[in-house]
Design a protein around this ligand. Structure first.
Ligand code: 5AD
Ligand code: SF4
Length: 467
């Protein structure tokens, strides 16, 4: 039996075990959009097993953490929350399960087993698909269970998915990473790069289009090297509707009727080949906001980070893309305070930011990750200095965003209307091609449609528009 069919059998058994009682679950997701997508699969499986979602912790019969380990603050958050749940466990006997990236780190699972022995189930990134089987064992045998493997898991197709939105859907196209940037834990916890088959991706997106989804977010740790490892290693893959690379994948999705927008995260600058740039330029549905992680603007720091490009190469790539892609906007990730980063080297980062005027900058304080080369470097930067640089970068970014917002005033923007604004029920909210939030007054009929809006004012993190 294929592994997913086998798990579907376990889903039935869990349902029977509960004798169709309506039990409630709560999933707490940390980290990136790949994790969000994994949580949608966990929700899908739980609903198949007869569970219903709740947002109220006190109501839940099962609480599941989907963890991230890219930065340290996620660990503090998990341990804080576990302390809080101890009472619920004692009073109600709820099931507590923890999965995701952090579970691939032995020092973390050791700490959980020692300090939080009431946790029922630990599972890793490669065993997520076996959640129904593991849950059944934990329920039936009333024993603590750990299901974590260290090899790179295969990609299993066909898990049920419960999606967070009816308009926008995330589709993971590849798992893992082979880049080993020296600060990053991902290659150790998500394993080696492996791509999904073109046919599985295209069929999934066609199904989504049929269900009315309009925006597709393609996900992977390194999306623009889609199928590269397969080609290099001679691993079999089947070309489908002309898809044999990331560029051809974009072109094939662009042809799918019903889909209005295509986005993707994260590409790596070193893999940004001309065919991908041409595909972005020529595919009308591919959004022209491109996320291009910089990490640092200094060539020496980039080398220490093992990023495989220089400051000049990054700038040249950005220029080339701007020339080739009309209306291109860029967003980026920057790490502040990598070991050994000097004041002058940090200034290089500020200079690149000044030059490229990013639409959005995701800024991170360097965080030491056990097992990475960065953690072993001796010249760690004091916290206070990291914070001081972070604040300077933040001030620059915010002033640029404010300046950048001016260019929207008076323009007509195509906005995909998502629903009512959470902060103000008199307004609807949606996003531009460049992912800017726009709120406007309008009737419910606009929801789920692409609407032309005139931008009438700007407010740092959102714009206001009118029909
Ligand atoms: N410390 C700080 N930021 C990190 N990132 C990855 N690893 C670390 C780390 N150890 C950031 C990078 C990456 C983003 C997803 O998270 O900028 O692009
Ligand atoms: Fe981490 Fe670098 Fe891989 Fe991104 S490309 S997941 S930053 S190792």
């Amino acid at each position: 039996m294929n592994p997913i069919e086998e798990q579907k059998q376990y889903m039935k058994e869990v349902k029977e075990y509960h004798q169709n009682k309506k039990l409630k679950y709560l999933i707490l997701t940390m980290g990136c959009q790949l994790n969000e997508n994994d949580s949608e699969k966990l929700s899908g499986m739980l609903e198949e097993m007869g569970y219903e979602e709740t947002e109220n912790q006190k109501e839940a019969d099962l609480i599941l953490f989907n963890t991230c380990c890219v930065r340290e603050n996620a660990e503090d958050k998990l341990f804080g929350k576990l302390g809080e749940l101890k009472r619920l466990k004692e009073e109600k006997g709820i099931i507590i399960a923890i999965g995701g990236c952090m579970m691939q780190e032995k020092h973390i699972t050791d700490k959980i087993k020692e300090s939080y022995p009431f946790v029922d189930l630990l599972f890793g990134t490669h065993t997520l698909y076996k959640f129904p089987e593991d849950l059944l064992k934990a329920l039936k045998e009333r024993r603590k269970l750990e299901d974590i493997i260290d090899i790179e898991g295969e990609i299993h197709e066909g898990l049920p998915v419960k999606r967070n939105s009816q308009l926008k859907a995330s589709v993971t196209i590849m798992n893992g990473c082979n880049n080993f940037c020296s600060y990053c834990i991902v290659p150790y916890v998500r394993g080696r790069e492996r791509s999904r088959q073109p046919k599985d991706i295209i069929q999934e997106i066609k199904e989504l289009a049929k269900k009315g989804y309009q925006e597709i977010m393609l996900l992977g740790q390194n999306v623009n090297s889609y199928l590269r490892v397969e080609k290099e290693k001679g691993i079999d893959f089947e070309e489908y509707e002309g898809v044999h690379s990331f560029a051809t994948l974009l072109r094939a999705i662009n042809k799918i009727e019903g889909i209005q927008r295509i986005r993707f995260v994260s590409p790596h600058p070193k893999d940004f080949t001309d065919d991908v740039i041409d595909a972005i330029a020529e595919c009308d549905k591919v959004c022209k906001l491109i996320h291009l992680p910089l990490q640092s603007g200094n060539t020496k720091v980039l080398k220490e980070m093992n990023r495989k490009y220089t400051k000049e190469q990054y700038l040249a790539l950005a220029e080339k893309m701007k020339k080739a892609i009309p209306n291109l906007t860029l967003s980026t990730d920057i790490i502040v305070g990598f070991p050994g980063e000097t004041e002058e080297e940090f200034e290089d980062t500020l200079e690149v930011v000044r030059r490229l005027k990013f639409e959005q900058v995701y800024m991170f304080l360097y965080s030491r990750r056990v097992g990475t080369p960065g953690d072993k470097m001796e010249n760690q930067i004091p916290e206070q200095q990291k914070h001081e640089r972070f604040d300077r970068l933040k001030a620059l970014v915010e002033s640029q965003i404010q300046e950048n917002n001016q260019k929207y005033l008076g323009t007509i923007q195509k906005v995909l209307v998502e629903g009512e604004s959470k902060n103000n029920e008199n307004f609807l909210t949606g996003r531009t091609d460049s992912n800017k939030v726009v709120i406007f007054e309008g009737s419910q009929d606009f929801i789920g449609k692409m609407q032309d809006l005139k931008i009438i004012s700007e407010h740092m993190w959102y714009l206001k528009g009118e029909v």
